[in-house]
Design a protein around this ligand. Structure first.
Ligand code: GFB
Length: 323
């Protein structure tokens, strides 16, 4: 059964399953989930060169690749991403790499007449003090969270480029804004990753080493929302086939929890029973981030993976991938 069955038939424009679809960032957290879903959905000409084969920051190489492969549709899931500390300590890398990747892929797609394109942003594009849950209309209405301002501004530039192409060239390109994501294939780096994979790694190590305590970052009081990438992948296909608007569209669960609650949940899944301490010299970041998902749920999509199940699934992947 197709995942897009719930889209109203008047807006449903199916993608040709045999036409080439470029999943930019195919080996990343989001790209790999998209690849799994699109393969299962019968897409037979997926394109997803590894970064060693095609560096998306290399403009001539990107143009040459598009001219040769002529993708029919593009999902731009390639990005330099990282957790709060990576964003805070390497802002020059985050703004430069993301702007280069986006401008090259979007320009090459335009040059080659790509009709269907989905650009993936992030919930950090919204103002730090946006009303909760965050509606799409909050974009560009206030100042950003300083720890990820460089990344957020690059993503806002991408949204603006997609909207500009719509306005100037009339192509039905779209943007989706996912909340904090997690899933198999995530980055588990101890310093640079996001909180959920960091906690999995930390609690796993502590359990293996029988450590009496772990120390997490910040106060544990900030609230976040977490979406499994398999749920995001279903949303991406639904949007590509059934959404055509100038406005970015949020993709999340609409439910948040404190970092302390998340930490307890991860400890329970991993089986860590020692003490948990909090290092308040580390940044908390924005206090709360939860998306209003009424626009996408009206199209018929809802998240299907409960957080505890998703953590268990991600932990199973981590254990299978760990040496
Ligand atoms: O996942 P995270 O880095 O993303 O951090 P952000 C979320 C919260 O978890 C912060 C706390 O309050 C952290 O202080 N935390 C506790 C930890 N322990 C840890 C740990 O071991 N590692 C990490 N990373 N956090 C990022 C943005 O912000 O979210 C990006 O910087 C992007 O630009 C991404 O938008 C989705 O939600 O704070």
């Amino acid at each position: 059964m197709s995942v897009v069955h719930a889209v109203p038939t008047d807006t449903y424009r199916p993608l040709d399953r045999s036409a080439p679809v470029f999943v930019a960032g195919r080996n990343g957290l989001v790209g790999s989930a998209l690849w799994r879903l699109l393969t299962a959905e019968g897409f037979s000409s997926l394109l997803g060169p590894a970064s060693a084969e095609l560096d998306l920051r290399d403009r001539p190489a990107v143009f040459e690749w598009f001219a040769r492969h002529q993708p029919h549709a593009v999902i731009l899931a390639a990005a330099r991403v990282g957790g709060i500390k990576a964003n805070d300590t390497r802002p020059a890398d985050f703004i430069s790499d993301n702007l280069l990747i986006q401008v090259n892929v979007l320009d090459a797609a335009l040059r080659n007449g790509v009709q269907r394109l989905l650009f993936l942003g992030s919930s950090c594009i919204y103002p730090k003090h946006a009303g909760m849950p965050i509606r799409e209309e909050a974009l560009l209405t206030g100042t950003l969270e300083p720890t990820n301002e460089a990344y957020a501004i690059a993503k806002i530039a991408g949204i603006t480029q997609v909207r500009s192409v719509r306005r100037q060239h009339g192509l039905p390109w779209i943007c989706a804004m996912p909340t904090n994501l997690y899933g198999p294939g995530d980055n588990f780096h101890p310093e640079h990753s996001h909180v959920l994979p960091s906690l999995i790694r930390r609690f796993h190590q502590a359990r293996m080493e029988r450590a009496p305590k772990v120390v997490n970052w910040g106060s544990g009081t900030p609230r976040r929302e977490f979406l499994h990438t398999d749920d995001l992948a279903r949303a991406c296909l639904l949007l590509l086939e059934g959404y055509d608007s100038d406005s970015p569209i949020n993709v999340g669960t609409g439910e948040d929890l404190t970092i302390r609650e998340l930490s307890d949940m991860v400890a329970s899944v991993v089986g860590y029973e020692g003490a948990i301490e909090w290092d308040t010299s580390q940044p908390d970041g924005t206090y709360r981030k939860v998306l209003d998902i009424s626009r996408i749920t009206a199209l018929g999509w809802t998240p299907a993976i409960r957080l505890s199940d998703g953590i268990a699934d991600t932990y199973a992947w981590y254990e299978s991938a760990s040496p």
